[in-house]
Design a protein around this ligand. Structure first.
Ligand code: CTP
Length: 400
């Protein structure tokens, strides 16, 4: 099943830094994601990692020398530039960034960059003092103003032993940055999509909560899909075990009431709200201030209703809900469309093993305001996200 990088032609530029070895992992992850990866190494990079390391992973020739007559790119040194869907430089040294800012073309990598029309993503890695230097800051600002995407650097312990800004963004996160850069001018660019995710936690006392089995995966995948089509994706999330998706704005909440307040704040500028969160319908009427001690007696907890976010939040944005049903899927979900006045509902049968909580796949039925029913096949949650976003795009275009 296809992800955002499948079939994409990625030119991976590697420059000389102790972070160069992480580029081997990045190349591997790109290949696993279905991308075609051509690696260009500077002389400096070859002092840290061998071209063979990359070739073993990409199964393609690694470019190290503009004037290598035996190279398949010898006669046409800009062939990669033309073929690229994106050029990624990871790690990018301070020297490489300076060359890019000026527009120099004195090695195979900078020659490719100056010759390509593809988007460019740069992941700097350097010592903190080099990063802080006004020359570097000016160079990065210049690149940004030209539309170059800059990922990182991150704070942390540097090779010099210093703590500071300069670590390269981790390869797994760079995948998100690359997907986002590829989709920057996608069909949802200029749109803001607010997505809720995860299962809310309603406190019983300072250590105990009432919650549910939601993994948050569907909402997170939706946020990534929206990001990868150029949208501003805002994820209002209850606690999950999932990492924050790069370039998605994350608002952390815990309870249904906190989620309601955060959603209300975020939707003021939204084009669509997608409530993928499993919001508790009930919460303990009062949360004990101190930890409840056990005794031999039975214990019961009074529950109070939470407010329904989707049904009550005000504003003129598209409303998309989810319905997790264990029986009468279409009838129950259609009823929710009417009751909550939704533009679209995404219904799934939670008794289906492929679509259960925590699964990476989902088989859903989409039901619109007119109660038209579209059954989707078993798809990854990321692909389901795109199908939902296709419908949102069409509905938004109609409303314009
Ligand atoms: N929802 C919400 N606020 C709540 C509860 C649910 O916004 N307090 C949203 C969910 O995020 C989801 C949709 O409403 O998008 C689910 O509708 P709901 O009728 O609450 O579904 P269930 O909780 O499954 O309802 P029921 O128990 O009646 O099946």
């Amino acid at each position: 099943m296809a992800g955002p990088l499948a079939g994409k032609h990625v030119v991976l530029g590697v420059t000389g830094s102790i972070a160069s070895f992480k580029a081997v992992d990045l190349a591997s992850k790109l290949v696993q994601s279905g991308a075609l990866v051509d690696v260009i190494m500077t002389y400096g990079a070859t002092q840290f990692v061998t071209p063979l390391a990359f070739r073993s992973i990409t199964h393609r020739e690694v470019v190290t020398d503009t004037y290598d007559v035996s190279s398949e790119f010898a006669n046409e040194h800009v062939a990669l530039a033309r073929r690229a869907d994106i050029v990624v430089i990871a790690p990018a040294t301070v020297n490489c960034i300076a060359k890019l800012a000026v527009g120099l073309a004195d090695d195979p990598l900078t020659t490719t960059v100056i010759a390509t029309a593809a988007p460019l993503l740069v992941a700097p890695a350097m010592d903190a003092n080099m990063f802080d230097h006004p020359a570097t800051q000016d160079n990065l600002a210049k690149l940004r103003s030209r539309g170059v995407a800059i990922a990182g650097p991150m704070p942390g312990r540097l090779a010099s032993g210093l703590m500071g800004m300069g670590r390269m963004v981790e390869p797994v996160e760079l995948l998100g940055h690359i997907s986002a850069a590829l989709g920057r001018s996608g069909d949802l660019s200029g749109r803001t999509i607010v997505i809720s995710a995860g299962g809310t936690q309603e406190p019983i006392d300072p250590v105990r909560v009432i919650t549910n089995n939601s993994s948050g995966k569907m909402g997170y995948a939706l946020a990534e899909a929206a990001r990868d089509r150029g949208a501003r994706a805002v994820l209002v999330t209850a606690p999950t075990g999932l990492p924050n998706p790069p370039l998605v704005e994350v608002v952390n909440v815990r309870t249904a009431e906190q989620m309601a307040l955060a959603v209300e704040e975020q939707v003021t500028v939204a084009d669509a709200l997608v409530m993928a969160a499993a919001v508790a319908d009930y919460r303990p009427a009062t949360a004990a201030e101190q930890k409840i001690k056990k005794s031999d007696d039975e214990l019961s907890i009074d529950l109070a209703r939470t407010r329904d976010i989707l049904a009550t939040v005000q504003g003129s944005f598209l409303r998309v809900g989810f319905a997790a049903e264990s029986e009468n899927l279409v009838a129950n979900a259609s009823d929710k469309v009417r009751r909550k006045s939704l533009d679209l509902i995404v219904a799934n049968d939670i008794t289906d093993a492929d679509s259960g909580f925590g699964s990476d796949t989902n088989r859903v039925v989409l039901i619109d305001r007119q109660l038209n029913v579209e059954e989707l096949p078993l798809l990854t949650k990321y692909e389901v996200g795109h199908r939902i976003l296709d419908r949102i795009r069409d509905l938004l275009a109609k409303a314009d």
